[in-house]
Design a protein around this ligand. Structure first.
Ligand SMILES: NC(=O)c1ccc[n+]([C@@H]2O[C@H](COP(=O)([O-])OP(=O)(O)OC[C@H]3O[C@@H](n4cnc5c(N)ncnc54)[C@H](OP(=O)(O)O)[C@@H]3O)[C@@H](O)[C@H]2O)c1
Length: 360
């Protein structure tokens, strides 16, 4: 999923002051740019404290952008998403009452008051940004705009899940500790690419590319993984999966389900080949046609555990494992452990076809 973090801050790094009223930090030109950026995403997320303090509606204001979404068969407004531990959210908030949008609340506790106004998702506690991203991907969300507040932005930033950070600084606005509210302390690595511009009305905007675009290489390796998966003989007890390892030295190793043993998964086969060849797997990438499994009955370790034990840095896959044999948590677990996980849903139909023997 493509993830953008966005915030407007004062010259001294505050997102808000400490009064109950909402402080507008963006200038008109900056706000127009933020609304245009929103429109380039499928979903928008803010933390529950932002809903309680600012009561934002989080709508697309541009009629053309709404019409474009409707033409694609989507609801006119972005899917609205929030996260809460306490469940302290009221159905009267504009998040729930305004616009024509799907509304998702990720919560650690049931929130009966929101029945009928939102889907409340309980992925387990503690709720992580990785769980939110994984559940959104499973629901067809391909891009997410995270618009605050400070604690929410920090979690996505620290988890390494974001592609881009857009920070708009209003140099004419300084609050100081006595008047400042939530403060944003995000410091992207100085080596990361950053584009800076000063808008005509004075706002200073910096846009960092936080993580590399790996799509071209992932797609190449996934195409090979999908080809490999066809070599597995169909049977009632397994998915036909292929996997490709690319080491940091550029060596490639492939594997497919049951290649050498009736209990082996594709990732396992590829890892065994790489180890036999003496390859260094730390920092390597593994592309698998299906999400790596997270529980095994017939083997001591799941593919997720193997990937973590060998120190892979990057995982890509084309299809989330359907809940047929087990409830898979591979992608979420890998993300929670800091592995860079990418999902290519447009390749998923081919993987489903290759697994048509299981009659989905
Ligand atoms: N200038 C800007 O661009 C901008 C944009 C947005 C917001 N803001 C400002 O930012 C301030 C709010 O920032 P904030 O850092 O205090 O709060 P926040 O990030 O908006 O929300 C934090 C709350 O979100 C929920 N939450 C976050 N992560 C969670 C997790 N992993 N699991 C479960 N729940 C989670 C918790 O809600 P519960 O407390 O319900 O458990 C937590 O208290 C406001 O003053 C707002 O005006 C400014």
């Amino acid at each position: 999923m493509r993830i953008t973090l966005s915030a407007a801050v004062t010259s001294d790094g505050y997102l808000d002051d400490n009064t109950p009223r909402r402080l507008m930090i963006s200038t008109p030109e900056d706000w127009a740019a933020v609304l245009a950026l929103r429109a380039a995403h499928d979903a928008i997320l803010v933390g529950a404290e932002t809903l309680r303090r600012d009561n934002p509606a989080l709508l697309l204001r541009d009629g053309k952008a709404r019409a474009r979404r409707a033409a694609r068969g989507l609801r006119p407004d972005l899917t609205k998403v929030t996260m809460t531990r306490s469940g302290r959210l009221s159905p009267a908030m504009r998040f729930f009452t305004e616009g024509d949008a799907d509304r998702l609340v990720f919560s650690e506790v049931p929130v009966p008051a929101l029945e009928g106004v939102a889907e409340v998702i309980l992925p387990g506690a503690p709720l992580t940004a990785a769980a939110v991203v994984t559940e959104l991907e499973k629901r067809g969300i391909r891009s997410l705009f995270v618009e605050g507040g400070a604690r929410t932005l920090r979690q996505f930033f620290d988890a390494g899940l974001a592609d881009t950070l857009r920070l708009a600084v209003n140099p004419a606005l300084t609050l100081g500790p006595a008047r400042g509210g939530a403060r944003l302390d995000l410091h992207p690595d100085a080596s990361l690419p950053c584009r800076r511009e000063r808008l005509d009305d004075g706002m200073e905007v910096a846009v960092w590319r936080l993580r590399a675009d790996t799509a071209a290489r992932d797609r190449e390796d996934l195409a090979l993984a999908i080809r490999e998966s066809r070599r597995c003989v169909p049977c009632d007890t397994c998915y036909r999966v292929g996997a490709v390892i690319r080491t940091t030295a550029g060596e490639l190793f492939t594997g497919y389900t049951h290649e050498t043993s009736p209990t082996h998964h594709a990732e396992q086969e590829a890892i065994a080949k790489a180890l036999r060849a003496g390859a260094e797997l730390r920092g390597a990438s593994i592309c698998s046609s299906m999400e790596p499994c997270s529980t095994r009955r017939s083997e001591p370790e799941s593919c997720t555990q193997l990937i973590l034990r060998h120190g892979f840095a990057h995982v890509a896959f084309a299809l989330y494992e359907p809940d047929r044999f087990a409830c898979c948590r591979g992608a979420q677990t890998l993300r929670e452990e800091g592995v860079d996980v990418r999902f290519y849903p447009d390749l998923g139909d081919e993987v489903l076809k290759i697994n048509a023997h299981l009659k989905h």
